[in-house]
Write a protein that binds this ligand. Sequence first.
Ligand SMILES: [Cu+2]
Length: 236
Amino acid sequence: MRTFLPLLAAAGVAHAHFTMQYIWVNGVDQGKNVGIRVPPNNNPVEDVSSPNIACNVNGATGVAQTISVPSGAEISFEWHQHDQRTGEDPISGGHKGPVQVYIAKAPSTAQSFSGSGSVWTKIYQAGITNASSQQWASDVVNANGGKHSVRLPTSLPAGEYLLRAEMIALHTASSYPGAQFYIGCAQIKIASGGSADPAKVSLPGAYSGSDPGIKINIYYPAISNYPAPGPAVWSG
Ligand SMILES: [Cu+2]
């Protein structure tokens, strides 16, 4: 029995996980979990070949609400560890890593769209945000009330979409599996837009466990230029 005690103690100080809980549109909070495919708990996805890498556990199934957004809207994503907006760090500060955002156009409604197939376009990425202090995008999110933002390209066609925000915690990523993928998908409807048809990737498919941004020791040597996994950002 004695030998279990250190293990229990170690588990007690493990970093708490987190989920995406709010979407903001042009600075307006849309409400808790509105339009969001909520996973059953705050655990990360670690298997990049799993269908869960698209929209988290149970994320292939739609929810009733789809959020209307104007063309070119600024969308903010807000993450928390637990069912509370205050009283603790939004995300536990030990979770260091990049933030990425993808979008996928639904053939019909966002609610009926699973997000499978070659449908995803990356529209945002941030990795190391200050090399000298080894500040990560996740540190900025934590300091910003759990929020990060992206502006939707105005050239996106009108229609319904899945928006996929991802925070990858790399504190245990020196071997694979180890990187922790925190994923939140929201259903949005863009009323008007352009006619862009950007390059797309599939999830799973775009990531490999040997990607240098997924299997990575973030503590040594110091990172000056993080090799973000997945495709290049499409800026519209
Ligand atoms: Cu965690």
